[in-house]
Design a protein around this ligand. Structure first.
Ligand SMILES: [Zn+2]
Length: 1027
């Protein structure tokens, strides 16, 4: 369902994390035979408290890696090496169609349906440039078996029906499928998905870069599918591709967690392996022949209307082909070198490129990538003037020369190795999944998956190497970059005619195809269109699919032992002692309700720059170095949320967080103290660099997550917290940053940031800060001592007299109690007057090829309201049983749904949608569908299971209890909410839809998308053009 985003920057290759768990005992030894599998290797991986077992299926040659670890969140992941040789998107379409029904489960979309019959903590399918993988995770044993049986059958025995190919891939169909006189157009889920994806210039740049740097085999084509080539794909091609690629001999399996390997193997062997023999899939990727001369390529994209300066929209980078990823040590070394070169303000590329002011940010794909057979490194700038390409090229070459000549400081290398250590000690709730995601891409190319897990050994070897071999890193830089002829210079410039020329060539392609159709073919197109929509509307019997039951959901929710206390006699503190693996976590909430409204708009910028500007004592580069040496980074963000029982309240606050190894506690709090007391926001050049980066990032985000922007915009007038959320992260913020980046008045910005600092970084009685600490039991006390020292050392607001003391006296009595009202009383909610918002319809017109639609209705039923759980279940039910069908299957959008928010707003959305007004009609249709009550108890139960996937999802130790801390939602409230979710009835759902979702007078609709004549000519719509 998801294309692996290859456009992302990838600084941190070794993002492994570990938990201190006793390894589940494993008794296998090499040579053992288990269900036709032979054990090849058994190794302990102490840094992750894990045992790895590698096996080989004796008949089919299929490979299996089991990672035994005392973790309940078990993972299954099967991957196939998929190496298409054209850009028809065959691998991507197959990933979709495989999930459209299989031999044992002959129902449409068993995958989507299982989302509602399971308690999975993750389910997805992904297509990369040379592999496709199908992962899931769950904490429940029967669920694991259920999901595994559906996954195995979908992958190895899909039906691949013609109609599924037409629906998911591409088809010719009448615009209105039941109207023969309407024009015939291209439709199809992947076709539209890729039109949307290609509209994202970062993706376009990344995929072009890969195809030009490694042109001679599978990387030379677009594995996701180029809309210009997708219509060349036939149903026959698809079946053929399945037969040759989705075979056990071409498959790699990973299982992870505390469930038994024996059971997994038995199922896989019985259900799949026994039905196959061995083949030679011939999918190995050959090495790219090396060039003896660098190459250059020029490409175009649509201009970005959200970007600050229209004259600076060119992107330029140099990309290098490096070594084979099967060399684990080389991969580690190269990833360290990449980090040294580009990451953070002390790195040479940051200083020479970013701070040159020539561009706005690094080019997409900057960094080291080891997701193909051979690794690559890329560096460049986006947001530059057309004429500056040569200048950037020279800077890049000079910087490599500088690195070869000067090498890197010992301190920076140490900081990076510290970061590696911290990363594998820091635990996430998705540890197992993350591990399989890092292993799958390299394992496709015969990398030893077991040895690549042994981080401590690799780091040790690396240390020895740099100690024993003089200039090791410099020599590597020379080899990789200075003497490497296999490199690509890639330029992307905006072309105002880009979108029109894409449309024109799509139209020409369409006309040429239509020209070849006989009358008989045309009536076939009409017939298939009707047939498809008939099939889509049929109600199916899905009882063949396995399912969990509502009874399987635990009624009692997990509680965590939180202690609420005060620090330095005044400020609220929550402590939580957890098995954090020797890492201590600090969180702070600094409310800023009292800040003036104009300044609040600059809070997101403030948070972005606050930790990156350095202080009056330490310049920003040295400060950043200290951050890396002692912590996992200091971060700040702004949020606005409402109190869980009153949607007309809001708390706007800045959240700070950081973590460090226990041995670095003092240093971590020293860094915060220095920032609070001495932050330097006056460096105009530094600030402008950060503003340019931020404006570019925001402008790039709209094409990728337009549905978030549409929802934020539609909700903004319905509740105060939603209003702030839009201002902080919606189109309003994108436009503000565009103006700021474009303006010459940096002094005004500096003044505003200083005003925010002088309000926020003082302890004042109006907006009282609160803190949270998570640490191991033995580290909790020293962590508290360090925090106390920090609080002692930061300045207090100068509001005259002894206001702080008064504050303490006033609140002293209640601070040590641990009930909910107590803590809630300390969160100071801003209350807003209730007013009924007007109904609005707005089109934000942008040069996008697809729409993002949203409709929002205020229900005033926030998290702890009796009807919130009913509306949550309703939203899920409507999404899967109605909206999915009308917006995705019939409408051709990539996705769509509805959900009730904790702030009491009911939000509809569509994602990468060819329709606009029709989708709004589908939203209304969804409400009517619920009111008519045409759903069953089984369907309600499925919605409950699906909702509980997030309610009951595993929480990593460092996040336990943060809901109390952030939004004062206590365990009692959470427990009650959970019980109400479980007890929702059909009557309640129908009643809630009547009561809450019929509000034509205050329904707000927003579409972000291309110009539309119907909308523009309508009186009901407000059209906003971004210029
Ligand atoms: Zn897809």
């Amino acid at each position: 369902m998801k294309l692996l985003n290859i456009g992302n920057r990838c600084f941190k290759q070794f993002r492994f994390q570990r938990q201190r768990f006793a390894s589940t005992s494993v008794h296998y030894k090499p040579g053992d035979i288990i269900h036709d599998y032979q054990v090849k290797q058994v190794e302990d991986v102490p840094e992750f408290s894990m045992t790895a077992v590698l096996l080989h299926h004796k008949v089919t040659g299929s490979e299996h890696l089991h990672l035994a670890r005392d973790d309940k969140n078990n993972v299954f992941n099967v991957s196939l090496r998929t190496t298409p040789m054209n850009s028809t998107g065959v691998a991507h379409v197959l990933e979709h169609v495989a999930l459209c029904g299989s031999e044992r489960f002959p129902v449409r979309d068993p995958f989507f349906k299982m989302l509602d019959r399971s308690m999975s903590t993750f389910m997805n399918a992904m297509t990369g440039s040379d592999y496709t993988m199908y992962p899931f995770s769950t904490q429940n044993q029967s669920d694991f078996r259920n999901l595994m049986s559906v996954y195995l059958d979908s992958v190895f025995f899909p039906r691949i029906k013609k109609l599924d190919f037409l629906q998911e891939g591409w088809r010719l169909e009448h615009e209105k499928n039941d109207d023969k006189t309407s024009p015939i157009v291209f439709k199809g889920v992947v076709f539209n998905e890729m039109k949307g994806v290609m509209a994202d210039p970062s993706y376009l740049y990344g995929t072009t870069l890969l195809s030009k740097l490694l042109p001679d085999h599978t990387y030379g084509v677009c594995s996701g599918g180029d809309p210009a080539h997708i219509p060349n794909l036939t149903w026959e091609d698809l079946k053929q591709f399945h037969a040759s690629h989705y075979h056990p001999s071409n498959a790699r399996f990973i299982t992870y967690g505390d469930m038994k390997l024996d059971d997994h193997l038995q199922i896989i062997n019985d259900k799949v392996m026994k039905k196959f023999t061995i083949i030679d899939p011939g999918t190995a990727v050959p090495l790219q022949p090396k060039w003896d001369q660098p190459r250059s390529h020029i490409m175009h994209c649509a201009p970005n209307e959200m970007a600050a300066n229209p004259d600076k929209q060119t992107t330029y980078s140099k990309s290098y082909l490096l070594h084979e990823v099967s060399d684990i040590f080389e991969t580690f070394s190269a990833s360290v070198i990449s980090t040294l070169l580009i990451d953070g303000p002390t790195s040479p590329f940051y200083r020479n490129l970013i701070e040159s002011g020539i561009g706005s940010d690094y080019s997409p794909m900057t960094g080291y990538h080891s997701h193909q057979k051979e690794a690559t490194f890329s560096v460049g700038l986006q947001g530059i003037r057309d004429g500056d390409v040569t200048k950037v090229d020279q800077l890049i070459q000079d910087t490599f020369m500088e690195a070869v000549k000067n090498g890197f400081s010992k301190e920076r290398i140490e900081a990076i190795l510290h970061r590696v250590e911290l990363q594998y000690k820091h635990q996430s709730s998705r540890f197992g999944l993350g591990l399989t995601f890092s292993l799958m891409p390299v394992w496709q190319h015969d990398t030893d998956p077991v040895n690549s897990l042994k981080m401590e050994e690799i780091v040790k070897k690396f240390r020895q190497k740099i100690d024993s071999e003089e200039k090791f890193l410099q020599k590597k830089c020379e080899e990789y970059f200075v003497n490497n002829k296999h490199h690509l210079n890639l330029i992307m410039t905006p072309d105002p005619g880009y979108k029109v020329s894409l449309e024109k060539s799509e139209e020409e392609q369409l006309q040429s195809m239509l020209g070849k159709l006989s009358e008989e073919d045309k009536s076939q197109v009409y017939k298939e269109g009707l047939e498809l929509s008939n099939v889509q509307q049929q109600v199916e019997d899905i009882s063949c699919l396995p399912t969990l039951h509502v009874d399987d959901i635990p009624r009692k929710q997990q509680n965590y032992g939180l202690i609420v206390q005060r620090i330095n006699n005044s400020l609220p503190l929550i402590t939580c002692s957890q098995p954090t693996n020797g890492v201590s976590y600090f969180n702070a909430v600094l409310p800023v309700n009292g800040l003036n409204e104009d300044l609040k708009m600059f809070l997101p910028l403030f948070c972005d720059v606050f930790t990156q500007m350095g202080t009056h004592l330490t310049d920003y580069a040295s400060f950043s170095q200290r951050e890396d040496l002692f912590t996992g980074g200091l971060s700040a963000s702004v949020t606005s949320s409402c109190c869980h029982n009153d949607p007309m309240t809001s708390e706007t606050s800045v959240r700070l967080s950081s973590h460090c190894l226990e041995r670095n506690l003092e240093q971590m709090f020293q860094l915060w103290t220095e920032l609070f007391n001495e932050v330097n926001l006056n460096d105009a050049t530094r600030l402008q660099t950060l503003i340019r980066q931020r404006a570019q990032e925001l402008a790039n985000g709209v094409a990728f997550s337009g549905h978030m922007f549409a929802m934020a915009s539609a909700a903004m007038n319905l509740a105060p917290s939603a209003g702030y959320s839009e201002k902080f992260g919606g189109l309003t913020q994108v436009n503000l940053m565009k103006t700021v980046a474009d303006s010459n008045d940096i002094d005004d910005v500096i003044m505003k940031l200083n005003q925010i600092a002088s309000y926020m970084l003082r302890i004042n009685e109006h907006d009282v800060p609160r803190f949270a600490l998570h640490a191991t039991p033995s580290a909790l006390s020293p962590t508290m001592t360090s925090l106390e020292k920090f609080v002692d050392n930061i300045k207090h607001a100068d509001v005259g007299g002894n206001s702080q003391n008064e504050f303490i006296t006033q609140h002293k009595a209640t601070y040590c109690e641990q009930d909910e009202t107590d803590f809630r009383s300390r969160v100071k909610w801003n209350h807003f007057k209730d007013s009924i918002p007007k109904s609005t319809r707005t089109l934000h017109q942008l040069p996008l090829p697809v729409n993002f639609a949203s409709m929002c209705i205020p229900t005033y039923a926030p998290y702890s309201h009796t009807d919130n759980p009913t509306l949550r279940i309703l939203g899920r039910l409507m999404s899967t049983k109605f909206l999915h069908k009308h917006i995705r299957e019939m409408g051709g959008a990539y996705g769509g749904g509805a959900k009730q928010g904790e702030d009491g707003i009911f939000r509809f959305y569509s994602y990468r949608d060819p329709n606009n007004v029709k989708t709004i009609e589908a939203f209304h249709g969804g409400v009517k569908w619920v009111q008519d009550g045409g759903f069953t108890q089984q369907e309600i139960d499925e919605a409950k299971l699906a909702v509980f996937q997030s309610v009951d999802s595993p929480v990593s130790p460092c996040h336990r209890g943060l809901n109390v801390f952030h939004s004062a939602v206590y365990d009692v409230t959470r427990q009650l909410h959970g019980e109400r979710l479980l007890d929702v009835t059909k009557e309640q759902i129908v009643e809630a839809s009547d009561k809450y979702l019929n509000k034509p007078e205050s329904t707000s609709v927003v579409i972000i998308g291309p110009p539309d004549d119907v909308i523009t000519s309508s009186q009901d719509w407000d059209v906003k053009v971004t210029s």
